[in-house]
Design a protein around this ligand. Sequence first.
Ligand code: SF4
Ligand code: SF4
Length: 391
Amino acid sequence: MYYREIAGEKVSALGMGNMRLPTFDGVEKNVDRKKAQEIIDYAMNHGINYYDTAYRYHGGESERFIGEALKKYPRDSFLLASKFPGHMMVKKENGVVGFTAGLAGWPDSTVEGVFEEQLSKCQVEFFDFYLLHNVNEKSLAVYDDPELGVVDFVKRKKDEGKIRHLGFSTHASSAATIDDFLTRHEGVFDFVQIQLNYLDWTLQDAKGKYEVIRKHGLKVVVMEGVRGGRLARLPERQMNRLRALRPEDSAARWALRWLQGLPEVAVVLSGMSTLDQIRENVETFAGPDPLSDGEAALLQEVAEAMMDLVPCTGCRYCTEGCPMQLEIPRIITAYNAVKNDDFMARYDPASDSAMDPGRCVGCGACTEICPQGIAVPDIMKKFSEMLKPRR
Ligand code: SF4
Ligand code: SF4
């Protein structure tokens, strides 16, 4: 494992993301603790010291799990990062906050109440890294609210030693939003977590966001480096082009090596769900091995060929609120596959109603919450049309 720095802190270049832990049955909350603990133990034994979680991951179970999993290790042997869920909050009266969308149904709380709950669930006295979760054009209504005073609150917690380093994650649609937030809070944050990979470099202007963060002299923590696994499973014809150059390397390794070439990237988070995944990733991060110019040019061509794919990362923020209980990310994966490969013959929505795009009622609840801004109802309609001849 090689290491980078954030504000003088030695961080492993590969970080353990805890939003895609193994589950017993695919239900977010049902984390398979035995399997997940094996992954954490492997990470700890192979030099990974950065552990990322958030209030909402695994329906609140991720924080609880990581607290339990790291308990047996000395507190100074790992760095724990969690996130304040302002992007899912609604302000009520007298400093009380409620929750929206993915956290709907959770009891009301306060800014302080949420933070204390997080410390307690993670079984720690302080967070090494604490982020405002998804600062974007919409959530600024909460983060900028003077009565809630979220930014002042986290600064105060830093002064009290309950937070060591501050940052924020963002799915803002514009780099200017990030620039403006950093300018208004110059000196508060040490790092910014963004969705960064070779496809989003142009598709979602990750390049512009990266440059803004660099301009403010801050470090980048990467999320979705393989786009929720999307860049780990390339269409066959694109994969063959990469294999021609490096026959042994997986698509994920290409994506991660591309990130190693960016000097401001401190940590690349990976939501590793299996021991095989973490073994391969640890190997990829044995030492920096950035792409050569020729390899980067080829990957750029691969990215361009994939630009028309629907950019779903499989985060599943949308599934909870779907009145038809559709398996939205899996349907989108199938839609992309149908468009890119001859997958149509194997797709049978009649065999599973949760996989039938024709059942979408177009309510738009999914698009409302989707951090990628995907117009899901349009996709469902198009896909349903494509499947019509087979019904
Ligand atoms: S628009 Fe369709 S897919 Fe999206 S939440 Fe509504 S029914 Fe589900
Ligand atoms: S459609 Fe959007 S919210 Fe749903 S899984 Fe994909 S990226 Fe996440």
